[in-house]
Ligand binder design. Structure first.
Ligand SMILES: [Zn+2]
Length: 269
């Protein structure tokens, strides 16, 4: 599943090809995605692109009369290709750009979304989202305040979009390892220093991944459409039964909220 770093890398990759250009038309080959592709997108004609932004794992294309909200779902990706490039089986949407390129959306599992929005502040998909993890709003004070008197387990709590957006399974596991906090701790039991350290590690883990994505940007945009994960060193995620890089203890896994959680029983308390 594309996570926040992949979406941010996609945004940075497509932005220079879109901003200041216009979208001459959209070609929608398959409109049955997670929700149907909005009619307004299917009927787009000659609209200037003012900006390309990101909120949580949504790409936001600001046009003169509204916004296109794109979610990559489980298996979606966007690429920039020359106009006329033959479409393959899972290439569901093209935006034709005035510079002779296309933005092509590929999504084998079709859990992604292409939605039109006139008013971003009242968008039903965006308005309940918590703060961005890399923003100043996501601070030690904010998270500590929110955690008081709560019995929720810290791992699923971090993955709740109302608490903070874009911290998926991999990043929640890795951040908790870096912060030396056991995933099944109740959030109300975390002390102020632990919460502060956790906020720092979440930002570092995501930032490092975005930086690694930046180094593969060209391949990411022009490859065969399989987004994959950036080559990053994982310390616990997917390493059940292997030795901890820090202490040598065996990495364990457990199911929490139907998601596999990986941790070191010795490093994380
Ligand atoms: Zn360890």
């Amino acid at each position: 599943m594309p996570e926040l770093p992949e979406v941010e890398t996609s945004r940075r990759g497509i932005e220079p090809y879109l901003v200041g250009q216009s979208i001459t038309q959209a070609v929608v080959r398959q409109s049955r995605l997670r929700w149907p592709v909005s009619d307004e997108i299917q009927h787009l004609r000659n609209e200037s692109v003012l900006s390309v932004q990101r909120r949580a794992k949504y790409l936001l294309l600001e046009l003169t009369t509204g916004w296109i909200i794109v979610h990559l779902g489980m298996s979606g990706s966007v690429r920039i290709l020359p106009i006329g490039e033959p479409a393959q089986k899972h290439d569901h949407v093209d935006l034709e750009i005035s510079n002779g390129k296309i933005l092509r959306y590929t999504d084998p599992r079709r859990f992604g979304a292409w939605l039109w929005c006139d008013d971003l502040d009242n968008s039903s998909v965006l308005k309940h989202l918590g703060p961005e993890p890399l923003s100043d709003e996501f601070s030690a004070e904010y998270l500590f305040e929110l955690s008081r008197k709560k019995r929720t387990l810290v791992k699923p709590w971090l993955m709740d979009n109302k608490v903070v957006v874009g911290v998926g399974n991999i990043y929640a596991s890795e951040s908790l390892f870096a912060a030396k906090i056991a995933p099944e701790r109740a959030v109300g039991s975390l002390c102020q220093d632990e919460v502060a350290y956790l906020v720092t590690t979440i930002k570092q883990v995501l930032q490092r991944s975005i930086e690694q994505g930046g180094t593969t940007l060209k391949d990411f945009l022009q490859s065969d459409g399989k987004p994959g994960y950036f080559a990053q060193e994982l310390h616990v995620y997917g390493r059940s039964g292997e030795a901890c890089h820090t202490c040598g203890e065996t990495i364990k896994s457990l199911k929490m909220g139907q998601r596999n959680t990986f941790y070191c029983p010795k490093c994380q308390r």
